[in-house]
Design a protein around this ligand. Sequence first.
Ligand SMILES: [Zn+2]
Length: 661
Amino acid sequence: MIKEIDMRDLMSQQSAEAQLEHLAARAADMSRHLPDAHEIRVRNMNPMTGSPATLISAHASPGSGTLIEQALNHVRTMSSVLGFTPQEVPEFVPDPHIQTTSAGTSIVHLHQHYHGVPIFQMVRAVRFTRQGAVKDVVGDNVQIPGNFETVPSLGVKDAMRALQGFIAPADVTDELSRTDQWGEPYPVSLADMSSYEPEVIATFPLPCRPTILAKGPFGDCPRASLVTFYQGPQMRLGWDFMVTLPEHQGQYEIIVAADAEAPGEILYSQDCTSHMEAQGNVYLVNGDSERQMVRFPRPLTDYPVPLPEDLPETFPGDWVAESQTAGNSTIARLGDSPVTLNGEVNGEVVTFNPSDPFGDDQKLLNIFYYCCYMHDFFYLLGFDERAGNFQEINLTGLGFGGDSVDALAHSGTVPGTANMLTPDDGMNPTMNMGLVTGTNRHTAFSADVVYHEFVHGVTNRFVGGRMNTRALSEPQSRGMGEGWSDYFALTVQNFFRDEEVVTIGTWVVDNANGIRGLPYNDEFPDHFGNIGTGRYGRACGPLGDQVCVHSIGEIWCATLMSMNRRFVEHFGRERGYNAGWRIVADGLRLTRANPSFLDARDGILDALDDLLDTGRLSAADHQAARRAAWQTFAGYGMGPNARSLGASLLGIEADFGVPSD
Ligand SMILES: [Zn+2]
C-alpha cells in the first residue's frame, strides 16, 4: 500500500461571500448584454478556487454549430463570470465524446489547460437541454497567474527517483500489520522499487511532454506528463505519474513537484483502481447446501489453477460494475426482462443477499456468480481476451469486446431448460436457465448445469477459432462438445471434493444417476467403437432421428475423466488436475474445426508435447503423462489404429492397442 497524499488546500477561498457577491454582479451585468431573454445566475461557489460551482442559464436559445463549439463559445463568453480577468483567454480542451442522458440532456466536458499543460482536476461540464440550449455550466476552473512557468526544473527521471523514495520507504513495518476490510493482510513487495533505474523509452513533443518509462519491476510501464497543480492559493508544476504496482497491488496517480519551489515534493498520491467491492450470498454447489456469503470476485487463491506468468495486471476484473448483477463478463437478468438484481450499497461494498433463498433474486444472483467464476477460471486456463472470451470491455485491447454473457434466469420453465448460444467473438452469448418442473428445482442453482452450459461457450470459441461458430457441428464434434462440458463442470468441482463425483445434474433432477446414462467411473463399459450404434447413434430426439450427442459425449467425458485420474495418480491432485485441464484446453485450440474424437485426441497429445517443448514439464513427467494418456485413449478404443470417416458416425473402427514408445 502507498500512502495517499493531497497537498491541495480545498478550503482556501476565505472570502467566499464577497466573491459570490462580486460574481453575481458580473452575472447580472453580463445578462443585460446576452441575446433574447438569456439570463445567467451564479448559484454557488467552489470553496477552493472561488469560481462558480454552478452557473445557470435561463431562457437561452439553441445556438448554431456543434455542441462542442457552442460549449467552448459559452465558457469564453462567460469568462468574466467564471472568474477570469478581462485580459485572460481561458484555455479549454473538449472531450470529443458528448454524453447524453436518457432524458435527452447532452453534456460536453471541457478540461482547462495552461499553455497546453492540463490543470489538475479543473474540468467544466456544459449541459444542454434536449432542444440544444445551454442549461448550465458546472465544475471548476482556476485563474492562472500570467507569469506561471511550465518548463520543469526537475527532469522526469529525477522525479521518478523522488517517487521511488516515496513508495518504497526503508521502513514498512507498520504497513505489514494492517489488514483490509476483508481482514486480509495487504501485500508488501515494494522493496524492488528502490533499485529501479528510470529509463525513458518514449516521449512525445507536446507541451505537457507525455513520457513512457521502462517497465522495470512495475506492473506496467510508468507514464508521466506535466500537470499544473492548483494548490490554493498557489500554482505548482508537477510530473503526473501513473504507476502500476506489481502483483495486482493497484494503480496510483502520483504527482511529483517539478517547479523551483520544492522539486521532488509529493503533491498528490492516490489509488485510482476503482474497486466495487462486492459480496453475495450464493449456493456454491447447488440449492441443497446452505448459501454462503462470498466475496466477488473470488480471490485468485480460490481457483485450482496456478497463475500464468503473463497474467495482465487488470485480472481479475471487478465482477460488479455498479451495484447490480451486471459487470464486464456477465449480465444476469430475470428472463427476457432487462431487470438485474440490485445489491445493497454500504460504503464501498455492495452486498447481494436475497431474502428468499429460492426466489427470483437468488436465481439471478446464482447464475451471475457461476458465470463470473467460470470466466475467471477459464481466463487462467488461457480463455482470455485474445482467445475471444466473453467481456464487455477487453482491457488488454486484444480480441473483441462487447460480448459479456447475457445470462437469463427464467422464473419458471423455459424451452430446453438450460442452454447457451454462442455467436462469433464480439457478439453476446446468451445463457438460459429455467425450472425443472418434475423436481421444482431451478437450474440456476446448479453449478453442474451452469458450468456445463458455460463450457459450451468456451469450446465454441476455442475450436476452430473465435470467429467460427460452425466448428462443432459434425456428429462426433457435437458429442465431444457435450463431453467437454461435463468434464469441466465435474472436475472443477471434484478438485475440491474428498470424493470424486462421477454423475452430473443429480441435484436438479433429484436422481442419483443424474442426467446421463452411465456414471463416469472406471467401470464405464462403452468406447469409441460403439459410436454410431444403439444409444450412440442417430436414434435420439422426439422423432428418433437425431444424433445422440449427449451419449456420444459420455464416451468422451468418461475418457477425459479417466485420463485425469491417471494423472492424479502420477502427479498428485493439484498437478494432476492441472495437467489434464491444461492439455484439454490447449488441445481445443490445436484441433481442427469439426474434429473427430481422434483429431481431438491428437490435439491433446500435441498440447502435452508442447508442455515438454516449453519446459513446463520435465522429460520424465512428459513420458509418464504421455503413457497415461495413450493408455486411457487405447482403453476407450482410440489406439493409434482407430479410424472413422471424418467426424461422422460412419467407418468407426476401434483400436485398443497402446503404442510401444
Ligand atoms: Zn450440453
